[in-house]
Design a protein. Structure first.
Length: 345
């Protein structure tokens, strides 16, 4: 019996994978419905569809991005905007079709006498398991059972607004925030948000806009933390498998889930299968440390250097999940970018 805590996209994805391997899998979710509340901007690259079959959860197909500081870098690159509630429900259905069971309104409390304890209303129940997998997000209760160190977090907040929007999304860099964004989910609705605590800037961005709803959540920074103890595992945000450059965690979450499945099936170390993912996430962290030292002038200079046709072509053909390959190409094209690599020291 394998218990998975959390019915978000990573929890249901790994549930499907394990059920397909013949394991008896149960997913326990504390909320009363799948997909709510929404904590994600829902912007992904084409690599997302290497893990999940495309369906009607895709709201919009974007033609490019505008990177804004004191200057603007206009890129032509396909990106996709997801309806996270529909995506979560789609993945949950796939898990059930593979043989997994889902239990809603079951809040995981902890482990007692070798059993998982859940609260359902005013009642407590205990469930026996062979493996227990924490896919329960940044504030993972399973992580506490592993004695995994606390992860540093970034607050993310966004609002869905009405208006008129084109087929590109905007990213804004400044020295006070992680970054802010404007992502159109259609020609008439967009998601405006920021990572950080600059509430004044967020209110300024919403001034005069027709508000639909607010959304938000915690974005964990990647941390080299314990993600396995005996038959307990952490995947996705619970294991802080998030790209520090963008705050994105869907694809890296799927990759951590695949590594976890391999570990359970083979009986070998989870860390062994995580090595390629950890290497990529460490590079994303290195880039984030560099960006955190930037001044407004540095951002403007970086965009100026990246504005050549050859650099833009490299960006347009890049896999955002593999930054090392893109960085090596950009430095080869524009050697003056090397000076930024020392900012993180």
């Amino acid at each position: 019996m394998i218990l998975i805590i959390g019915a978000g996209p990573i929890g249901t994805y790994i549930a499907k994978k394990l059920a397909q391997k013949g394991y008896f899998v149960s997913i326990y979710e504390e909320h009363e419905s799948i997909g709510k509340p929404v904590h994600c901007t829902g912007l992904v690259t084409k690599e997302f569809f290497e893990y999940v079959t495309r369906s009607d959860y895709v709201l919009n197909e974007l033609s490019g991005a505008r990177i804004n500081a004191e200057r603007t870098l206009d890129l032509n690159m396909k990106e996709y905007v997801l309806d996270r509630e529909k995506l979560d429900k789609y993945l949950a259905k796939q898990a059930v079709l593979a043989g997994a069971r889902i239990y809603l309104r079951h809040k995981f409390i902890g482990i007692k006498n070798g059993k998982a304890v859940f609260r359902i209303g005013d009642k407590l129940i205990s469930v026996q398991y062979d493996y227990l997998i924490g896919a329960d997000g940044p504030l993972s209760t399973v992580a506490k059972e592993i004695n995994s160190p606390n992860t540093k977090f970034l607050s993310g907040i966004q609002a869905r607004i009405k208006g008129e929007f084109d087929s590109k999304f905007d990213v804004y860099f400044d020295t006070t925030n992680f970054f802010s964004w404007n992502v159109p989910e259609s020609k008439t609705i967009a998601r405006i948000g920021l990572g950080g605590n600059n509430q004044i800037l967020f209110k300024q961005k919403l001034a005069g806009k027709k508000l639909i709803e607010y959304q938000g959540g915690l974005i964990p920074y990647y941390t080299l933390k314990a993600v396995q103890k005996d038959n307990l595992y952490l995947v996705g945000d619970a294991g802080s498998f998030v790209k520090d450059t963008t705050g994105g965690g869907l694809i890296s979450g799927f990759q951590s889930a695949d590594a976890c499945v391999q570990s359970i099936v083979t009986g070998k170390s989870y860390e062994k299968y995580l090595k390629p993912l950890r290497k990529r996430l460490m590079l994303h962290s290195r880039i984030r440390r560099i960006l955190n030292k930037f001044t407004e002038k540095d951002y403007a200079e970086l965009i100026r250097l990246l504005s050549s046709n050859r650099c833009q072509k490299a960006f347009n053909n890049a896999d955002r999940e593999k930054p090392a390959k893109l960085l090596s190409k950009l430095v080869f094209i524009e050697p003056r970018l090397l000076k930024f690599l020392f900012f993180g020291f």
